[in-house]
Design a protein around this ligand. Structure first.
Ligand code: IMP
Length: 362
């Protein structure tokens, strides 16, 4: 029996367990801060990515995210033909609306035979548009299946299209994918708001600790791959905390699922406007898209409804406002400076309670 802990005597921390310590600032205006980042060779003016999930990112979301300066990755839980239509719709938007600049076109694919067929067909069908990156999207990216798929894609494209791979939870998973040739890596296992992985399998790691572990591996290994914090982002503060822990961008599902730009209609439940949101490993997705759960397997996601929260312009604006303001508390004017200057402190349960606007509690 292997009875060792991941790191002896260390405690894995979640976003809510920490705060950033305010420090001297010579930033005179938060609007002078710069939020830009680069993910898999794509320059983003906003470090936010919408998840490749069927209730989050199809062409409308990818276009809207691109216009906001972020990135939307088109999910793979539809036929190859439908996914190509979505990717081409993103391409068309850039060419028809010159004011929007180049909107990144990024498909998600899986692994194995289906993943190979999907990327082969996508690559054959995109002309005159070009794909900016390919996201290989599986639950446990620290695996031979992922490695084989990275090799396949790189052979196919001659390495000309950067790869976003994931998910991983540890520094060794990060190093494995970076060394295999991934340019950006999604970090976080079990932290998603619709995720049951931790309770079904016992495996997972708080996303904040995963980011820290991956960043340590990145720096000590001299690796260049970017870190995408993925799963469990609840507040704008989690963006600043992710950046300080080492992330170059965050990936968000739940918060974007409630927006106008996500797939699906607004419904009224208990008198409130809501939109559907579901885990890609939920029973409902397996039933709708794969003919049901395979015998001997279990669902690792749930299906729910989330409050309708308007346009992504407001949601992204709120996150960016939080990050800009965070920079002023740390006296830093960009993401790299924020990471270098800000320090975490661990807080108690009373600290967590004090952190929320308790004046509004009944
Ligand atoms: P959220 O922003 O906290 O809702 O997390 C979204 C992330 O959860 C996605 O980007 C995926 O990494 C992950 N995810 C999506 N579907 C599932 C699932 O069914 N089970 C576990 N994790 C999932």
């Amino acid at each position: 029996m292997n009875n060792t802990f991941f790191k002896k005597d260390s405690i894995s921390l979640a976003f809510d367990d920490v705060l950033l310590v305010p420090s001297y600032s010579d930033i005179k205006s938060r609007m002078s801060t710069n939020l830009s980042t680069s993910i898999a060779g794509i320059s983003l003016s906003v470090p936010i990515i919408s998840s490749p999930m069927d209730t989050v990112t199809e062409s409308s979301m990818a276009i809207a995210m691109g216009k906001e300066g972020g990135l939307g990755i088109i999910h793979r839980f539809m036929s190859i033909e439908e996914q190509i239509l979505n990717l081409r719709a993103v391409g068309r938007e850039c060419s028809s609306d010159n004011s929007c600049g180049k909107i990144p076109i990024v498909p998600a694919i899986g692994v194995g035979e289906e993943g190979r067929r999907r990327i082969n067909q996508i690559l054959l069908s995109m002309s005159p548009y070009s794909i900016d990156a390919i996201a290989i999207d599986i639950a446990n990216g620290h695996s031979i299946l992922m490695r084989d798929m990275i090799d396949f894609v790189n052979q196919k494209t001659g390495g000309s299209i950067p790869i976003i791979a994931g998910n991983v939870a540890t520094g060794s998973g990060f190093s494995y994918l970076a060394e295999a040739g991934a340019s950006a890596i999604r970090v976080g296992i079990g932290g998603g708001s619709i995720c049951k992985t931790r309770i079904m399998t016992g495996f997972g790691m708080p996303t904040l600790s995963s980011i820290m572990d991956c960043y340590e591996a990145k720096i000590s290994g001299g690796l260049e791959a970017s870190i995408i914090a993925d799963g469990g982002i609840k507040y704008p503060a989690d963006l600043a905390k992710s950046v300080v822990a080492g992330a170059d961008a965050i990936m968000v599902g739940r918060i974007f699922a409630g927006t106008e730009e996500s797939p699906g209609e607004v419904v009224i439940l208990d008198g409130e406007k809501k939109k559907a949101y579901r885990g890609m490993a939920s029973k409902e997705v397996q039933e709708d898209r794969r003919g049901g759960l395979k015998p001997g397997t279990c669902a690792e996601g749930v299906s729910t409804h989330v409050p309708f929260n308007g346009s992504i312009t407001e949601v992204v604006g709120n996150f960016c406002g939080g990050l800009r303001s965070a920079m002023t508390y740390a006296g830093s004017s960009n993401i790299v400076e924020l990471r270098e200057s800000a320090k975490f402190i661990r807080i108690s349960d009373s600290g967590i309670s004090e952190s929320h606007a308790f004046g509004t509690r009944k």
